[in-house]
Design a protein around this ligand. Structure first.
Ligand code: HEM
Ligand SMILES: *[C@@H]1O[C@H](CO)[C@@H](O)[C@H](O)[C@H]1NC(C)=O
Ligand SMILES: *[C@@H]1O[C@H](CO)[C@@H](O)[C@H](O)[C@H]1NC(C)=O
Ligand SMILES: *[C@@H]1O[C@H](CO)[C@@H](O)[C@H](O)[C@H]1NC(C)=O
Ligand SMILES: *[C@@H]1O[C@H](CO)[C@@H](O)[C@H](O)[C@H]1NC(C)=O
Length: 322
């Protein structure tokens, strides 16, 4: 794991509130407290760093980083984002978020927002050396439809670009953030079943996705037989499944991206001259990937909630409104 340095990112003013020492005076141990809980969780769950990184993404992309993803459903009142298609049976790590919140409440009651917990947890999870801490509001709303509109694994480059553009993220952000698929797990249904079938019936052709390496296809077909259990887990990066490195890009270079949305970054006709050269660069230059990833995580963490954060609240329990 290389050293990522995010220096001088304390941006003041109305447009940005990212500041690595945001909690210095109100909860000086926040970062260490989160880190301790994560290290403990990781002892029995090697996947947890990946899962928490994904939660931050799914929080920020839906009406900004507001912690709304963490709210449990309340019949007639809250249609939890946890039930939306990209999250249901897939998003995980909520119990660890609870443990982080409990530890933070014990140290500094009512200070650290649930959205910031996800941001800090994601940051620690990818072991950025210097802290960046996002201050964002905690809204009282959920956005179930927005959660259903998250980027999907079967979408083409044009659609992915437009979904990132909608939250002010560019091609470098798209390619760099997708690099989070260097760790974590993915269910068979995302490569072997409609509408994401790349192994048996790609885009209704009754043929495999021609952009997938044939040896990799055979490997995945063993693990994910046609009409098999769609929930079986696979490594997103079979080369180094739990290491945060550039192998996500090296895999794509040899047509071993797992998802359509991964391989599109290199293989789509639209990728030529746009995202493909960025994949090429990161595949050969890990430092360039790390530098871009750190910046793009900040860009993503800076996606603003739609409503004035001061309208929100610091929840005592991330699952419920106070
Ligand atoms: C570009 C659009 C993206 C698409 C279409 C996408 C889609 C997916 C899918 C389908 C899975 C597997 C879920 C499952 O099988 O349960 C997954 C896992 C994951 N994604 Fe993404 N993703 C995208 C971008 C991102 C971004 C921006 C991040 C974070 C910066 C991220 C981080 C992760 C991680 C770490 C996992 C593994 C989670 C775990 O093991 O619990 N993804 N993604
Ligand atoms: C905040 O804390 C960090 C880490 O302890 C320290 O490096 C930094 O100088 C502090 N900033 C302020 C403004 O106190
Ligand atoms: C989530 O998945 C479970 C199990 O497949 C299902 O019973 C439930 O209805 C789903 N929730 C939503 C909101 O679709
Ligand atoms: C990408 O997908 C969208 C939605 O399915 C479709 O309208 C569009 O034609 C596709 N673009 C390319 C270049 O394949
Ligand atoms: C392949 O997919 C198409 C469209 O998604 C569907 O109409 C067709 O029935 C599928 N073929 C098989 C053999 O399942």
């Amino acid at each position: 794991m290389g050293v990522l340095v995010v220096a001088a990112l304390c941006l003041h003013g109305a447009t940005a509130q990212l500041c690595e020492d945001y909690y210095n005076s109100t909860c000086p141990d926040a970062y260490d407290i989160v880190k301790q809980v994560l290290i403990e969780a990781h002892q029995s769950d090697t996947r947890i760093y990946a899962s928490l990184t994904r939660l931050h993404f799914h929080d920020c992309f839906v009406q900004g980083c507001d912690g709304s993803l963490l709210l449990d459903g309340v019949p007639g009142l809250i249609n939890s984002e946890k039930g939306a298609l990209p999250n249901n049976g897939s998003a995980r790590g909520f119990d660890v978020v609870d443990n982080v919140k409990t530890a933070l409440e014990a140290a500094c009651p009512g200070v650290v927002s649930c959205a910031d917990i996800l941001a800090i947890a994601a940051e620690i999870s990818v072991e950025l050396v210097q802290a960046y801490i996002l201050h964002s509001g905690t809204l009282k709303t959920v956005d179930f439809d927005g959660a259903n509109n998250l980027p999907a694994p079967f979408e083409n480059l044009t659609v992915l670009q437009s979904k990132f553009k909608a939250v002010n993220l560019n091609d470098v952000d798209l390619v760099a953030l997708s690099g989070a698929h260097t760790f974590g797990r993915v269910q068979c249904q995302n490569v072997a079943a409609f509408p994401a079938d790349r192994l048996y019936n790609f885009s209704g052709t009754n043929m495999p996705d021609p952009t997938m390496d044939s040896a990799y296809r055979e490997f995945l077909s063993q693990r994910c037989p046609r009409n098999g259990d769609g929930r079986v887990l696979n490594d997103l990066d079979p080369t180094t499944p739990d290491t945060f490195d550039k192998n996500y890009y090296s895999n794509i270079e040899v047509n071993r991206g797992f998802l359509t949305s991964d391989q599109e970054l290199k293989s789509s006709p639209e990728a030529q001259g746009t995202t493909a050269p960025i994949v090429d660069q990161f595949a050969t230059n890990q430092d360039a990937f790390f530098a871009s990833f750190a910046q793009s995580m900040i860009n993503m963490g800076n996606i603003k909630p739609l409503t004035d954060p001061s309208q929100g609240e610091i929840r005592i329990n991330c699952r419920r409104l106070n």
